[in-house]
Design a protein around this ligand. Structure first.
Ligand code: KG4
Ligand code: ZN
Length: 337
């Protein structure tokens, strides 16, 4: 069985073909970062227009690379939500139209389900059940996963998502959007322990997160500590603040993951979403799970962020287990998992 996957929920056009025997046959990712760079964030209207320009050419490219024709496919999966409604509508309308024209099932996929199944694209596949930490620009969630479509939300952010906090703090440090990966690089040059930031909501029970206070605390440090400094001193202080910020986010996520695994009596942890590309987070969670006698699973870095392969894979699972939504034309900007 072979599925075409289409991801257009935010600022990346991701297209892929996944085969249940051969795995990923081909995939393409076009990032709009340059389009939005001047604006300091994603401009929804520009995102939609760029998806319109890129989606069909990339579909042609993946079919050509895999040496396939539409007749060789068994379904078309597309991200139906959550995300930017205009951007979603592009993938949704192209996906549904192609499926209709090619006489194939159209498979609406939840973007976060795509992320949480992304580790299944790797050789070391986690068995069910497991706890998944989903950390992206729009979401921070802990989910118990018992099987395809069997998801129980254990906790989530009550304000900013982890990636959003990375991006906002990066902006305070003078970095361009999306600043998460650049802040992570900057943190490597920082002095460990020069500054200490809080680990929000870890001193009380529960599995929810809050990251907006952490960004504010980092902003206060930037204002207080960098006045009257030379450029070189400023660069070092920025790196020290980046280090303290990253450490605080990583520790907070690790504390809650450990709590979730203990609460659910599980040993397998999956991390996915853009922030799961963070090396410091991966190292910390490897140690945390090892101490519990467990294991952590994550996708390769290019499948941590938005991509078409995870949507094709999730679509295949939905089709194989007969879990298809009713065939209405819908994009859902908000959609609980
Ligand atoms: O999953 P994703 O590509 O898009 C959403 O669905 O939101 O995640 C993007 C987020 C951005 O906030 C980006 O700054 C963050 O993931 N990110 C990182 C790293 N790589 C991407 N944050 C921290 N460290 C990284 N290495
Ligand atoms: Zn995402």
């Amino acid at each position: 069985m072979r599925i075409l996957g289409i991801e257009t929920s935010c600022d990346e056009t991701g297209i892929a073909i996944y085969d249940d025997k051969l795995g990923i046959m081909s995939h393409r990712l076009y990032s709009q970062i340059a389009v939005h760079a001047d604006y300091g964030g994603v401009v929804p209207e520009l995102a939609s227009r760029d998806h319109v320009r890129k989606t069909i050419p990339l579909i042609k490219e993946v079919l050509a690379e895999a040496n396939l024709t539409p007749q060789d496919l068994d379904g078309v999966a597309y991200t139906a939500g959550p995300g930017l409604v205009g951007a979603l509508l592009v993938g949704c309308s192209i996906g549904r139209s192609l499926a209709y024209g090619w006489n194939l099932p159209a498979i609406p996929v939840h973007h976060m389900e795509g992320h949480l199944l992304a580790p299944m694209l790797e050789d070391n596949v986690p068995e069910f059940p497991f706890v998944a930490l989903l950390v992206s620009g729009g979401h921070t969630m802990l989910v118990r996963v018992d099987g395809i479509g069997e998801y129980k939300l254990l906790g989530e952010s009550v304000d900013d998502a982890a990636g959003e906090a990375f991006d906002k703090t990066a902006k305070l440090l003078g970095l361009d959007y999306p600043g998460g990966p650049v802040l992570a690089k900057m943190a490597e040059q920082g002095e460990v322990g020069r500054f200490k930031l809080p680990r929000p909501m870890t001193d009380r029970p529960g599995l929810d997160f809050s990251f907006s206070g952490l960004k504010t605390a980092a902003g206060t440090l930037v204002r207080k500590e960098t006045e009257h400094l030379s450029e070189a001193e400023k660069a070092q202080t920025f790196a020290d603040i980046a280090n303290a910020f990253q450490q605080a986010v990583v520790d907070t996520l690790a504390i809650k993951c450990k709590r979730a695994l203990k609460q659910e009596g599980l040993k397998r942890l999956v991390i996915a979403g853009g922030v799961s590309a963070n090396t410091s987070l991966r190292e910390k969670l490897a140690i945390t799970t090892e101490k519990l006698g467990g294991e952590v699973f994550y996708p390769r870095p290019e499948f941590c962020t938005d991509n078409g392969a995870m949507i094709a894979y999730a679509g295949l699972q939905r089709l194989q287990t007969g879990q298809l939504e009713e065939l209405t034309f819908k994009a859902k900007p908000r959609w609980p998992l």
